[in-house]
Design a protein around this ligand. Structure first.
Ligand code: C5P
Length: 232
């Protein structure tokens, strides 16, 4: 897998998701299915989108005791998603168990990446709500190093952290980065935003893009612009 744009399909139903995907007649974009859509439509939505020829990042952010996560990952491994994820905050044993659970009898498995720190958290919240006193970037890099130690393939992080993550964890350790906006576009609830071009310069491997594509007047044109800016 190389550099690519992943569209966050944050829709409330299969119907609206397929209406959106049907607009793409020439390409099969990589799509992200999150909790909202998965909880409404269940595993069938993953199978259906996969059957249409899309790659899938199943963004369910697991976080529980190692045994529970392992068993849940075994269930997810049967859905043939290309990328699954969990919270690095669950610890090393949880992440190792997740890799075990996700690995199929033939040794294959989807890529597994860890959320380091949610981009909705900032330094102040980290200190006052979670009682984590270290600088946010240090925490992100430490969690990324833990994910690598546990055998994961990469992390979800801000594009602004992608370069440092690669320095610490190696170039082949994947950085999957949301918080992407076109220059001058509305940032919505995202705090620290980066353009697709800047994300490429910063070393992101995959950018996750939602509203700049899904809410665009012409989503296909917005996707192509994103892809061109990110990959050229
Ligand atoms: O619409 P927008 O481009 O902001 O969508 C970003 C997507 O990435 C959403 O699906 C959001 O849940 C997800 N995400 C994020 N920040 C993280 C992890 C996931 O924005 N740290």
């Amino acid at each position: 897998m190389g550099k690519d744009v992943i569209i966050a399909c944050d829709f409330a139903s299969a119907e609206s998701t397929f209406a959106f995907l049907d607009r793409f007649t020439e390409e099969k974009p990589f799509v992200k299915i999150g909790m909202e859509l998965f909880y409404v439509e269940g595993p069938a939505i993953v199978r259906e989108i996969k059957a249409r020829g899309h790659k899938i990042f199943l963004d369910l952010k697991l976080h529980d005791i190692p045994n529970t996560v392992k068993k849940a990952m075994t269930v997810l491994s049967g859905l043939e998603a290309d990328i699954c994820n969990l919270h690095a905050a669950g610890g090393l044993d949880m992440m190792k168990s997740a890799v075990e659970g996700l690995t199929r009898p033939d040794g294959s498995r989807p890529l597994l990446i860890a959320v380091t720190q949610l981009t909705s958290l900032d330094q102040q919240r980290l200190e006052t709500e979670l009682l984590i006193r270290q600088p946010l970037e240090e925490v992100v890099l430490h969690y990324a190093a833990n994910a690598r130690k546990a055998g994961l393939d990469g992390v979800v992080c801000s594009p602004l952290e992608a370069g440092r993550v690669h320095e610490v964890c190696g170039k082949s350790f994947l950085t999957v980065t949301p918080g992407i906006r076109f220059a001058g576009g509305p940032s919505g609830d995202q705090q620290r935003v980066t353009t697709p071009k800047k994300a490429r310069e910063l070393g992101s491997d995959y950018i996750v893009v939602g509203r700049p594509i899904t809410a665009a007047q012409d989503p296909v044109a917005a996707y192509r612009r994103c892809l061109a800016d990110f990959t050229n």
